[in-house]
Design a protein around this ligand. Structure first.
Ligand SMILES: Cc1ncc(COP(=O)(O)O)c(C=O)c1O
Length: 214
């Protein structure tokens, strides 16, 4: 935390932190995996380069270089000694002025790490999950620069997943304003098109009265 190793219980943030009030923060979600060569962090540099781009997009000046954060993360993973772990670097506008514009507030940088299994549960990996299309639209590019992985944007994701879970689903899929698939509340969406799915589509086309036959 801000350059030093801090015990979990002592890693505290001031209630006046600007990021707490206005969501002025950026973060990454990174994983380290057990490999025959020891614990390995997946695409660490790329994640940290994205963190730096996210910070730039929301006008946060990071007090550390990508190399410095990278060294800190490797030190943290080694210190924790977990064979596999989740790694969450976060940079946010700290305590100071509480106007909406963060005037000279210090930018705090912390990296949390803990064991975290499959995001949607082990059963989800083998049996799939139930997802629903959210009534909440993904925040548009002209609303917040959503290429930035910014903390404040996640209010949008939180609303979507809470709505989905209340309706009995595991996850929400958010659409853009134009109705295209954007992403899940906490993950990307990939589609696998198979020969089978083409066959199913052609059966649908020949169904009497279906719009595709007109
Ligand atoms: C809203 C959202 N979309 C997509 C992703 C996938 O991120 P990545 O680009 O790191 O795979 C995440 C992961 O945190 C997410 O929270």
């Amino acid at each position: 935390m801000n350059g030093g190793l801090v015990a979990w219980d002592d890693a505290k943030v001031h209630v006046g932190a600007h990021g707490l009030h206005y969501g002025t923060g950026v973060f990454e979600g990174i994983r380290a995996y057990e490999t025959p060569a020891g614990t390995a962090v997946f695409r660490l540099r790329e994640h940290l380069e994205r963190l730096a781009r996210s910070a730039q997009l929301v006008s946060l000046t990071l007090p550390y270089s990508v190399d410095e954060v990278r060294a800190g993360i490797l030190e943290l993973v080694a210190a924790n000694g977990l064979p596999e772990c989740y790694i969450r670097p976060i940079a946010f506008s700290g305590a100071g002025a509480l106007g909406v514009a963060p005037c000279g507030n210090p930018v705090e940088v912390a990296v949390l790490s803990w064991p975290w299994g499959a995001y949607l549960g082990d059963q989800g990996l083998t049996q799939g999950i139930r997802a629903t299309i959210s009534t909440w639209k993904r925040v548009g590019a002209n609303t917040i620069p959503h290429a930035a992985k910014a903390t404040g944007i996640y209010l949008n994701s939180m609303l979507a997943v809470v709505e989905a879970q209340r309706a009995g689903y595991d996850e929400a899929i958010l659409l853009t304003d134009a109705g295209y698939v954007a992403d899940g509340s906490g993950e990307n969406v990939f589609v696998i098109k198979t020969a089978g799915s083409r066959r199913r589509r052609s059966r649908a086309r020949s169904f009497p009265g279906s719009p595709e036959t007109r």
